[in-house]
Design a protein around this ligand. Structure first.
Ligand SMILES: CC(C)(COP(=O)(O)OP(=O)(O)OC[C@H]1O[C@@H](n2cnc3c(N)ncnc32)[C@H](O)[C@@H]1OP(=O)(O)O)[C@@H](O)C(=O)NCCC(=O)NCCS
Length: 136
């Protein structure tokens, strides 16, 4: 997409939009409390990126990393109206470019398997299985 840009760093307005997206995805609540949670999560992340199309927020991604050995692409999310146009893929690529010297892991929802695989984050079922516990 010609008018897609990726930027790093976030504003209070970005947190409001990400909180609304989290609420839509069932990842958190909207409103002031949700926004505070997003802000805390982004501040504690080693890397984050916002995707904009013609200056409009369309999605974001964030990663946790030690910067040496391992990086976890914690989330990539695109607002529904902009999906399937390469925005998610661009965010994934931007993360992979930022950590070329570490392994990168991600949990992939069904929607994310295509873009992850296309950009080199490959399912490895015969090698490793993601094991997880939800929040308590
Ligand atoms: C996963 C997610 C981030 C993908 O974002 P996206 O912007 O749709 O990703 P892309 O556009 O790069 O790729 C999605 C599909 O669109 C296709 N596509 C990309 N550009 C396209 C274009 N110009 N025309 C048609 N199709 C296109 C890709 O080939 C891909 O298809 P595939 O999945 O069949 O391989 C998005 O679906 C989302 O936000 N889902 C909810 C949150 C989530 O589950 N996140 C992942 C776990 S944290």
């Amino acid at each position: 997409m010609d008018d897609l840009t990726i930027r790093h760093g976030f504003t209070s307005g970005d947190c409001t939009k990400i909180a609304a997206l989290w609420a839509q995805l069932g990842w958190g609540e909207d409103g002031a409390e949700g926004k505070k949670r997003v802000e805390r999560a982004l501040k504690a992340s080693a890397w984050m990126a916002i995707a904009e199309v013609a200056g409009e927020f369309t999605g974001y991604a964030r990663a946790l990393s030690d910067g040496v050995v391992v990086t976890y692409l914690a989330e990539v999310a695109v607002i529904p109206a902009y999906r399937r146009r390469g925005v998610g893929g661009a965010l994934i690529r931007s993360c992979l470019d930022a950590f070329p010297h570490t392994s990168v892991y991600a949990d992939a929802s069904p929607d994310a398997i295509g873009p992850n695989t296309r950009h080199g984050l490959l399912p490895r079922p015969s090698h490793m299985t993601a094991c997880a516990r939800g929040p308590r």
